[in-house]
Design a protein around this ligand. Structure first.
Ligand SMILES: Cc1cc2nc3c(=O)[nH]c(=O)nc-3n(C[C@H](O)[C@H](O)[C@H](O)COP(=O)(O)O)c2cc1C
Length: 308
């Protein structure tokens, strides 16, 4: 290794053709659909951006309250509000062709996944992330997300529709490892692990659940060790790149996920607490760490923890 590569480690990642200048990605949903904000996240350091889940039809989602701050993170049930695939695709026409956007998709039938991808093929999106994992999916979409056969079918059909990388996002509610195997066997290029963890908060004055949907998903620091375990298990047992997600706030968290086997990481809830500068800070920290450890790239540490 040359001294030059030790001083300036390579932070870029390549996941089945999805090239990102650094391994930090905005997690789905936390910044909404505004292109202005998504562009700002990239300007302030994010290597990539994942859109909130987009469905075939527009939806306003659940009524407020949709988010509760708890002492270890957030409990959220937004109901996947979104403008619908065609409207979002029209908006994406304003993006430059090199913008590192990944589109997250949810649907209740294979045919709908296929139709959404067809619409999105005309946009500059770089990859798709299939949401088989939100605690707030409607019951039909949840049925698809729970059954390995339906996930396999969706992935096969989407794979046939696009040459862009296809990422499957798994949930701690399901048999994530088996789903990862099935997704990979049917053509998925990567696995995102994990979505939020089913949770609830109750108002002790009224005695009722606070969220209008009653239950939601816990995100933030509390779920980091859970997410880390899923990343470790999936990357150890399935030969597929894994994108870690869950509670990542600092560069130390990110490095921990690389050792566990993540090739890249997503940051969600901590954007709410630290603002968009969290991306630049995490990237700077990873770079300094690699220099200190005399590593020329992140690839050199991905999955290191499996050696013992
Ligand atoms: C406000 C909010 C909205 C979210 N919306 C989506 C979504 O539309 N689609 C999805 O797959 N995940 C969604 N998520 C889950 C996140 O992408 C992520 O998987 C989860 O929050 C764990 O990461 P974190 O602890 O860094 O937030 C959302 C999370 C939050 C907090």
């Amino acid at each position: 290794m040359s001294d030059r590569s030790r001083d300036r480690p390579d932070l870029s990642v390549d996941i089945a053709g999805l090239h990102l200048r650094n391994p930090t990605i905005v997690a789905s949903g936390v910044l909404g659909f505004s292109l202005k904000i998504l562009r700002r996240a990239v300007r302030l350091g994010a290597g990539g951006v994942i859109s909130p889940s987009i469905g075939i039809r527009s939806s306003e989602g659940f009524r407020a309250p949709t988010v509760v701050k708890v002492d270890c993170g957030y409990v959220t049930a937004m109901g996947l509000p979104n403008p619908g695939a065609s409207n979002f695709a029209a908006e994406l026409g304003k993006l430059s062709s090199d913008f590192p956007l990944i589109i997250n998709i949810f649907a209740s039938e294979t045919n709908e996944f296929q139709r959404i991808v067809s619409v999105m093929e005309a946009t500059p999106a770089k990859a798709y992330e299939l949401n088989f994992s939100s605690p707030e999916l409607d019951s039909e979409s949840k049925d698809v997300a729970k059954r390995i056969e339906s996930i396999s079918e969706v992935v096969r059909v989407v794979r046939a529709k696009t040459k862009r990388p296809v990422i499957v996002k798994v949930s701690p509610e399901t048999e994530a490892r088996k789903i990862a195997v099935a997704a990979h066997d049917n053509g998925a290029d990567a696995i995102s692990a994990i979505n939020s963890v089913p949770a609830m908060a109750i108002d002790i004055e009224t005695g009722y659940p606070i969220l209008s949907n009653k239950a939601g998903g816990l995100s933030g620091r509390a779920i980091k060790p859970i997410a880390l375990k899923y990343v470790y298990e999936i990357s150890k047992n399935v030969d597929v790149p894994v994108i870690g997600c869950g509670g990542i706030t600092t560069w130390q968290d990110a490095v921990e996920f690389f050792y566990a086997g993540a090739s890249a990481i997503q940051i969600g809830s901590s954007v709410g607490e630290r603002g968009l500068r969290v991306f630049g800070n995490v990237v700077d920290g990873i770079r300094s760490y690699l220099v200190k450890k005399k590593r020329a790239s992140i690839r050199e540490i991905v999955g290191f923890a499996h050696r013992r």
